[in-house]
Write a protein that binds this ligand. Structure first.
Ligand SMILES: O=C(OCc1ccccc1)c1cn[nH]c1
Length: 239
């Protein structure tokens, strides 16, 4: 999988050489390329923004540098196998199933908006050429798409076959199919007693049936408490 990042702060992505994703990059599963959008400007100030047509506060990212960067990084041929991701508050909420789908992509290009956003024609042009995802991580506003791109990268790359040392651990996480779309139950490890707090006895009983039902009950309780929106969805085991 090749991952490209287009940003006016490409150094954000240096961290990928260290972290979880770094390992995948080393064993050849993932190839990382970060690019400075200003490399595709031609004026002395390397301008990437301008005032919004129709007025309004803030600045908008000009389309020209994006188009020239696309030409060089992706090419001028249409190719639906290239996934182009624009993180933005106005995007479709990102989910574990979206991460799973993207984990089989051969190429993903992250376009990190700054200022108030990117000229919409950039997204329209990208849609005419590649498979575009406008993605939101949540109902809040960041200063730019870089942090969102890092989060999406981690969610996707850890699902790439051959990447995780112990794929079974993926099956038991929150939101994974194995959990029936429920939140993960509380986890404990040694010491059994810690600062006057003990591990629930059932987990030390060695009784696997009871442990499984305690865990499910906890998942149901937590999901009802924190994520009522998940309880009546078809994917969750509770209604
Ligand atoms: O702020 C975000 O993206 C950066 C961005 C992009 C375009 C204009 C403003 C900000 C974001 C919030 N949830 N998911 C993404």
């Amino acid at each position: 999988m090749r991952l490209d990042y287009l940003s006016i702060f490409p150094a954000y992505f240096d961290v990928l050489d260290i972290s979880l994703v770094g390992k995948a990059a080393i064993n050849g599963l993932v190839e990382i390329h970060a690019h400075d959008l200003r490399d595709w400007t031609h004026d002395r100030h390397r301008t990437v923004d301008d005032t919004p047509c129709g007025g309004g506060a803030g600045m908008v990212m000009k389309p020209d540098p994006w188009g020239e960067a696309f030409d060089e990084i992706i090419g001028t041929e249409s190719d639906p196998s290239v996934h182009v991701i624009f993180p933005a508050p106005s995007g479709t909420p990102f989910t574990q199933s979206a991460a799973a789908e993207l984990s089989s992509a051969q190429r993903i290009v992250f376009c990190c908006g700054r200022y108030e956003g990117i000229d919409h024609r950039v997204i329209d042009y990208a849609r005419s050429m590649w498979t575009v995802h406008e993605v939101s991580l949540g109902d809040y506003v960041l200063n730019g798409g870089e942090v969102a791109a890092l989060a999406i990268t981690e969610a996707v790359v850890r699902l790439v076959p051959g990447f995780m040392g112990n794929p079974e651990s993926l099956a038991e996480e929150s939101f994974s199919a194995g959990q029936d779309g429920l939140l993960e139950y509380p986890l404990f490890t040694r010491p059994v007693s810690w600062r006057g707090l003990d591990v629930p006895e059932v987990l030390m009983s060695g009784h696997h049936g009871r442990i499984a039902s305690w865990r499910r009950d906890e998942s149901v309780r937590l999901t009802r408490e924190r994520r009522p929106d998940l309880t009546d969805s078809d994917s969750s085991g509770i209604h």
